[in-house]
Design a protein around this ligand. Sequence first.
Ligand code: ADP
Ligand code: ADP
Length: 228
Amino acid sequence: MIKLSHVTKRYPNGHEALHDVSFDIKPGEMVFVAGHSGAGKSTLFKLITRIEKPTSGQILVDQQNLVRLPERKIPALRRDIGVIFQDHKLLMDRSVFDNVALPLIVIGMPHDEIQKRVRAALGKVGLAGKEKQLPITLSGGEQQRVGIARAVINRPNILLADEPTGNLDDALSDEIIDIFADFNQVGVTVVIATHDSRQIERLGSRTLHLAHGQLINEPVSNPTETML
Ligand code: ADP
Ligand code: ADP
């Protein structure tokens, strides 16, 4: 579903954000990408959504070679990838309904179909009945749910979440990650960038560890313990 082969990304200022990264995420997998701030997690997501192109290497998403993907095919690629951000990037002066409906309004879907889809999406994230509220009147966890509803509204095959629980306490983080796990259960491929090792341990999903732009084996947190 998402395959990187020897991907290196060097920004115009010369900074190498990713170096020789290779991995293969299968359809229906749920995978964490772990790494400190600056490790290259956001760059990885920008490459997968073709916001950036790799300096070298190959990227396949949904069987499409992103290095050679023509510009006109980028919108369709992005509709098949739902992206969730830590700060959810909601329009604070627009209702929950408008925020979630936006990707459908953009493609000109008929209004009654939009209404049906928005209701269904809000139901899935546990926000039924909140469509008229402004995001500002919602709690942080609820705002993040609106961001998830907006990301799934086009029924994407892939969900990318960049630090989705960064601002939430443990209980709310669990709820948000469980929503992703629910989408994964119905076949959506889910990739979550996080430095929340608690979630990684709780879910036990495969984890790609990035450090300074390179994939590394899982760091041994306590060497003494492994020796005993
Ligand atoms: P993370 O999401 O893991 O914090 P990023 O992918 O945002 O990591 O950043 C990886 C490295 O690349 C950082 O050192 C960052 O400063 C650098 N970087 C990110 N975007 C750019 C850019 N547009 N130009 C130059 N350097 C960048
Ligand atoms: P949490 O304790 O999870 O951070 P809040 O106390 O912020 O949650 O919000 C609890 C509930 O109250 C939420 O359902 C939210 O929609 C509602 N709420 C919070 N602030 C406002 C407000 N200013 N106006 C209307 N409803 C609000």
